[in-house]
Design a protein around this ligand. Structure first.
Ligand code: MN
Length: 139
């Protein structure tokens, strides 16, 4: 048995190349785990979100607190709430983040590829994509 105490899991700021706004990443599966499974708790400040990206082996999210937004390329933005579980297929282009006026924390589970990579990062999510499409019927 090995217990890693909470105060040694110092959250790291998500790099600005891959995130818009302030995001805190807490790596749950740091050493001494000998596995390609990676578990991260990510906390997004209001309006913060990932850039567009894909995962080589897919990704599972569970919303832990707050209110969030997710989008798969080619589909509309979707609001997600605590307890919701989201699965992104391998190679599926997407983003995830907080609502504009709420924080959001999620658990993220993904597998690293042979090179140790868990994601391929693309461009930032525009404010237009982040806002989502207006409800149909509005002008
Ligand atoms: Mn993702």
């Amino acid at each position: 048995m090995n217990i890693t105490r909470a105060n040694s899991l110092a959250p790291k700021r998500g790099p600005s190349d891959y995130f818009t706004g302030t995001v805190w990443l807490e790596e749950v599966t740091s050493a001494p785990y000998a596995s390609d499974v990676r578990v991260v708790v990510a906390t997004f400040e209001p309006g913060a979100r990932t850039a567009w990206h894909t995962h080589p082996h897919g990704q599972l999210l569970q919303i832990v607190s707050g209110a969030g937004r997710v989008q798969k390329a080619g589909e509309g933005m979707v609001t997600v709430l605590p307890g919701d579980v989201i699965w992104f297929e391998p190679g599926e282009r997407h983003w995830h983040g907080a609502a504009p006026d709420r924080r959001m924390a999620h658990l993220a589970v993904q597998r690293a590829d042979e090179a140790g990579k868990t994601a391929t990062w693309q461009e930032q999510v525009s404010d237009v994509d982040y806002a989502g499409s207006p409800p149909s019927g509005t002008v």
